[in-house]
Ligand binder design. Sequence first.
Ligand code: FAD
Ligand code: FES
Ligand code: FES
Length: 495
Amino acid sequence: MFAINSYVQAKTLTEALQYKQANPKARWIAGGSDLLIQIREGKLAVADLIAIRDIPELTGITLDGAENIHIGPLSTFGQIAADPVIQSRIPLLGRAVDQAGGPQLRNVGTIGGNICNGATSADSAASLFVLEAVLVLTRLDEAGRLVNEEKAIGGFYQGPGRVDIAPDQMLTDIYIPKEKYQNFFGHYTKYSMRNAMDIATLGCAVYSRFSDDLSRIEEVRLAYGVAGPTPCRCPQAEKALIGMEPGEEAFRKLGSLALEEINPRDSWRASRSFRLQLAEELAYRSGLACFEEARLAKGAAGGQGSARAETALKESAGLKEGAAPAQEAEKAPAGFGDQRRWFMSCTVNGRPVEVAIDNRESLADMLRNHLGLTSVKKGCDVGECGACTVLVDGKSIDSCIYLARWAEGKHILTTEGLRGAENELSIVQQAFIDEAAVQCGFCTPGLIMTATEIVDSGRRYSREELRRLISGHLCRCTGYQNILNAVEKVAGIEK
Ligand SMILES: Cc1cc2nc3c(=O)[nH]c(=O)nc-3n(C[C@H](O)[C@H](O)[C@H](O)COP(=O)(O)OP(=O)(O)OC[C@H]3O[C@@H](n4cnc5c(N)ncnc54)[C@H](O)[C@@H]3O)c2cc1C
Ligand code: FES
Ligand code: FES
C-alpha cells in the first residue's frame, strides 16, 4: 500500500489545474515511476496526488504549420522512440529515451515526468538541452483562464531534484523550434553499469551542423547528464569548435575543453575522475558519430576523417562493459476528497470484474489480494525486477508501481489467463518447459507475460533484440540462456 493521503484523477487540463488551486501542495502524478518510488521509500511526507495521466491533449507528438515539433509531456518513452516525427527529424531524442530503464518502464515513464523530476541523470535531458527545447508551463489565472509561460530548458533545472516551476503550474508542452533542429545531426551516448535498468553514470549528447561540403563545423552543441548537479551545456567548448574541420582533432578538442566546464562528483556509482574521463571520451565519440551521420545522410562516403569516425563508432558500440467500465463521474471523489474505497471495473483474464479497492493499492496488490492471482510475484516492489509484470491493454507494465485505480476499464492479462479452452498451456509456457527455462520459478510468470507480449506483436526478432526486450527482468537462478532459448523458440527469427 502506498502512503497516499488523497488522490484525484483529472480528465481535463482545466480540471487538473482547479484541483491544484484547491490544494497547492498536491503533486502531479503521470506515469508514477519516480513519484511512487519516492512514496514507497518514505521521501514524501504527505502524498496528495493529482493524476494527469488521463488528459488526452497532453499526449502525442505533432508538427505545427511552421514545422516546430511539439511533444506532449504525457508521451511515454516508448511512444517517443516509435514516433515517425521523432525518428525522421530528431532521432537523437528517440534513441536517448529508448535507453531508459527497460521495456515495462518505457511503457509508463513519461518525458514530462522525466524532466520535472529534476534528476541530472534523466535520459531525455541532455538531448533536450542540445535541441534547445522550450517548455510551456500552464496555470489558471484568477478568472479561471489558462495562462501559458515559456521557459528554455537550459534554465529549468535549479539543483538536484529542483526545477523552475511554480506550484500552480503544469508542464503542458515541450516544443523544439524548426531552426533548432533543421540540418543538425546528433548522437547521445549513455554510459551505465548495466545495459538496461540502470541510470546513467554519465550521459552525453552532441548536436552538430556542418557546411554543405562537410569541411567545416558551423555549430556544435554539447550537453551532459551527471556531469554536475544538473544537466549542463558547455558553451566555451562549443564556441571553440566553430569553423574547425570535423574529425578526430576537433572532437578530441571538444572533449578536453568540456572538462573546464563540468563538475561531476564522486558517488558509489563512479568516482569524479572516472566521470571526467568518460566526459572527455564520450564527447569525442558522440561528436564523431554526428559527423558520421551527416556523412551518411549526404552520401559523402570516404570524406576526411570517415575511417576514424567509423572506428570510433565501433568502439562506442562496445563501450558498455561491463464489463463496460463504470462512469468515473459517478464514482470519483468529489473535489479533493479522501475517499479511500473505490469500486473499479476492469477485465481480468477475459472476465469482467468489479472489485472494491483502496486508492493506495498497487495493481500487483489488487491482483494478488483481491483476486487471488498469485502468479503476480512481488520481488523488489520498486519496478526493478520485472517479477510483477502483467499486460494492461496488451502492454507489459510493472504492476508493483502501477496504481490499481489506473486499470479502470482496461484489460489485464496475467499468467493465469494464458491457458486455452481445454486448459492447455500457451505456446510460451510450453516453450519455457521445453527449454528448461525455469528453476525456482519466481521470475517466470513475469517473463512469460513479456514473452507473450512479444509473441502477440506478430513480429519475429533476432536473439539480440529479444535479449533487449526481456531486459526488464531479473532471474536469480536459471540464468538467461535457457530463458532466451525459450523466447527465441516462439518469437525468434529462424536460423
Ligand atoms: C526501475 C526504474 C528504472 C529507471 N530507469 C531510468 C533510466 O534509465 N533513465 C531515466 O531517465 N529515468 C529512469 N527512471 C526514472 C523514471 O522512470 C523517469 O524519470 C520517468 O520519465 C518519470 O516519468 P513518470 O511519468 O513516471 O513521472 P512521475 O513519477 O509521475 O512524476 C515525476 C515528477 O514529475 C512531476 N510531473 C510529472 N508530470 C508533470 C507535468 N506534466 N508537469 C509538472 N510536473 C510533472 C511529478 O509531480 C513528479 O514530481 C527509472 C525508474 C525506475 C523505477
Ligand atoms: S518490478 Fe515489481 S516486484 Fe520487482
Ligand atoms: S527461475 Fe528462479 S529467479 Fe528466475
